[in-house]
Write a protein that binds this ligand. Structure first.
Ligand code: FAD
Length: 644
């Protein structure tokens, strides 16, 4: 088993992980980055529309206070307000910093970074590079890493002296010392199957989301909720797991590409949604809390693109949860397209040349995958599981995971920032703001061990982690009375899990169905104990999936338990049996942690329910931040006691 020691380990090489690693190295510490796929092939690279930051380049009215307000409204006031404040204040600096590191953004006519409109943002706010912004972001951060490695080579004679990337390596456990402090990670190399331990007093989780637990998703194979599960298993808590974002516009046809994202920029740049009767139906779905801000007629909505100061916004640019629900309702009412979506039309709204220039990836994607020319015909789109708002409960200023000394989390794996619903563009800015903070504070934490004894993983835990990882090779019969039986196929289990989550805990939820989901998840968990694979440890995707199942099952249980408990509809959580938002629930965060009796690798996937759910009161919002809103608006969200 390969063993190495570093000061800080970052798990994940997307935007959050790379920004954290750059910061930890900049603080003078030795930092290892571990990623499951190839370096650069994180989710961040797929981001299309842009990075939200109130630079005010296109509309000078924008500033951090307006961005903060929009973010809180988008999250229906359940956001961790301190995170939303830090995010709104620091996002512009993080974008300008990218530019100094070589990012080439699209420009305004007078040469500043261009910013585009997106749902829920009052002003044009998304810095972008066509519809390939994530690619430029990752390219820039990678280039920065290489530049730092070149400095290290000049100084220490070794490119990897202080910053090293371990690619195609999957972490399966965060290791702790007997005092409960983080001591490193355990994992395996995907190609060789060899195990490794990287010891470090500080571990930053930056593993992204959970989309692969659902059947239709815009997410790629890596999003199996690993970081969420690693944190839970290490004793951390997950907050807000009931809030899963279904992006309103994924491709619906052909079946092989179902779920692939159609960027919100299509609507931001003028695209409209129509049902099979040709009606622009979003005017029928503007909820009361947003009525004052959205247009009531097509004329008013269209006027907004040219003259936003004198027109209200088109309802196609409502926050994502509203648009996704509206599309769902139209299809259910029999007004959908032949393939079960609605029409998204940009062809009658913009010249073909402008579509090809502003939306090159979308043009290419539809032409190649669906044989649709979006300059001449509408797209068919429908909701797709896209993002998880829930995640590791962290201290807002330091990104430290609550309750586990030495553990940090940033990016999509962290919870709280987006409340019940994330606004488009607010993820890329979140990665940069909190990635930097996580790297900074992980480095400060690790630096405290520079002269003292560093926490060491216990040998027994390393052995248990290895045994857990090897179990799929000897799965026949299982090793617990509850799970005796023939070996199970991990692919079949994964498909069943996705079906359960999509059918029973998906975009519209009901109590009975979620109870059924918990029952089915428990059965799947007991069968997953017997997930068996053949062959050996050299690149064996079936084995990798068998190990990922533990994570998806844990995360699925968190989502189902929290969704069953929250008896209201808010943001990315819609209850058919409790359709209204209830102000009393704004005071409640639902927090998941591992049941004590199921901690430790040996019993981590027993047939019992593993997750304990607790209610936690949300902290009161600071008065100067509340003062940024009109009293009338606050009355829609806050309880009477909070308004006093
Ligand atoms: P990622 O970028 O996904 O990185 C996760 C990393 O963790 C990867 O390197 C992965 O290999 C690694 N990893 C995972 N598990 C393990 C493990 N067990 N061991 C080791 N490594 C592991 N947001 C916006 O703000 N604007 C947009 O325009 C936008 N467009 C999007 C378009 C698409 C198609 C998608 C899918 C998302 C989009 N988003 C957008 C959302 C945004 O891209 C993601 O939320 C964000 O990139 C997540 O970044 P991250 O750093 O948290 O995770």
């Amino acid at each position: 088993m390969d063993r190495q020691s570093w000061d800080v380990v970052v798990v994940g090489a997307g935007g959050a992980g790379l920004r954290a690693a750059i910061e930890a190295r900049a603080q003078g510490l030795r930092c290892a980055v571990i990623c499951k796929s190839l370096f650069g092939k994180a989710h961040t690279v797929m981001a299309e529309g842009g990075i939200a930051a109130s630079m005010g380049n296109v509309n000078a009215g924008d500033n951090w206070q307006v961005h903060f307000r929009d973010t809180m409204r988008g999250g229906k006031f359940l956001n961790n307000w301190r995170m939303a404040e830090l995010h709104a204040k620091e996002a512009p600096d993080r974008v300008w910093e990218l530019e100094t590191w070589g990012a080439v953004f699209d420009r305004t006519p007078d040469g500043r970074i261009s910013q585009r409109n997106f749902g829920g943002h009052e002003y044009p706010r998304l810095a972008h590079v066509g519809d390939r912004t994530g690619l430029e972001l990752i390219r820039t951060l990678q280039q920065r890493i290489v530049a730092l490695q070149q400095e290290d080579r000049a100084r220490y004679g070794d490119y990897e002296a202080r910053l090293k990337v371990f690619q195609e390596c999957t972490v399966t456990r965060v290791l702790k010392d007997p005092a409960g402090r983080v001591a490193g990670v355990f994992g395996y190399e995907r190609e060789s199957g060899r195990f490794f331990v990287v010891e470090a007093p500080a571990v930053v989780l930056a593993t992204g989301g959970i989309g692969k637990s659902f059947k239709v998703t815009s997410n790629s194979w890596e999003y199996t909720g690993d970081g969420h599960a690693l944190a839970l298993l290490a004793g951390a808590r997950l907050v807000g797991m009931e809030f899963v974002q279904f992006h309103p516009t994924g491709m619906v046809w052909p079946p092989s590409v179902k779920g692939i994202l159609v960027t919100e920029s299509v609507r931001g740049d003028g695209g409209v949604l129509r049902n099979s009767d040709g009606r622009r139906f979003m005017f029928d779905y503007v909820p009361d809390v947003f009525k004052e801000k959205y247009a009531e007629s097509e004329e008013e909505a269209d006027g907004w693109y040219e003259d936003p100061d004198h027109h209200r916004r088109p309802p196609e640019l409502l926050p994502r949860d509203e648009v996704a629900r509206a599309i769902n309702a139209e299809v259910k009412a029999g007004r959908g397209t032949p393939h079960g979506g609605v029409f998204l039309d940009v062809s009658t709204r913009m010249p073909a040349e402008a579509i090809r220039r502003k939306l090159p990836s979308m043009h290419h994607q539809f032409k190649e995958l669906a044989d649709v020319d979006i300059t001449a015909e509408p797209m068919e789109v429908g909701p797709t599981c896209h993002y998880v708002m829930g995640g590791v409960e962290v201290d807002p200023d330091t990104a430290a995971a609550v309750g586990v000394p030495g553990l940090f989390a940033a990016g999509e794996v962290a919870g709280g920032m987006h409340g019940s619903n994330r606004l488009g563009g607010n993820s890329l800015s979140d990665l940069l703001v909190f990635g930097r903070r996580a790297g900074l504070h992980a480095a400060r934490y690790a630096a405290a061990y520079a002269t003292g004894a560093v926490p060491e993983p216990s040998a027994a835990d390393v052995e248990l982690a290895a045994a857990e990882a090897l179990r799929p090779f000897g799965a026949e019969g299982g090793d617990a009375a509850v799970s005796r039986g023939p070996a199970e196929n991990p692919y079949a289990l994964h498909q069943e899990l996705q079906q359960v989550m999509s059918d029973l805990v998906g975009i519209i939820r009901r109590a009975g169905e979620m109870e059924e989901a918990l029952h089915r998840l428990s059965g799947l968990r007991s069968r997953a104990r017997r997930a068996g694979v053949e062959g050996h440890r050299q690149f064996n995707p079936g084995w990798h999936l068998a190990l990922d199942l533990r994570n998806m099952l844990l995360v699925g249980e968190c989502v189902a338990r929290a969704a069953l408990e929250r008896e209201e509809s808010r943001g990315g959580h819609t209850r058919d049996d409790h359709p209204a938002m209830d102000r009393r629930w704004r005071r409640v965060n639902l927090v998941c942690r591992l049941a004590e009796e199921s901690a430790g690798p040996a019993v981590a996937d027993s047939a019992l329910g593993l997750v304990r759910l607790e209610r936690q009161e949300t902290p009161p919002i600071r008065p100067d931040l509340l003062a940024l809103f009109e009293k009338d608006e606050l009355a829609k969200y806050l309880t009477d006691e909070e308004l006093l």
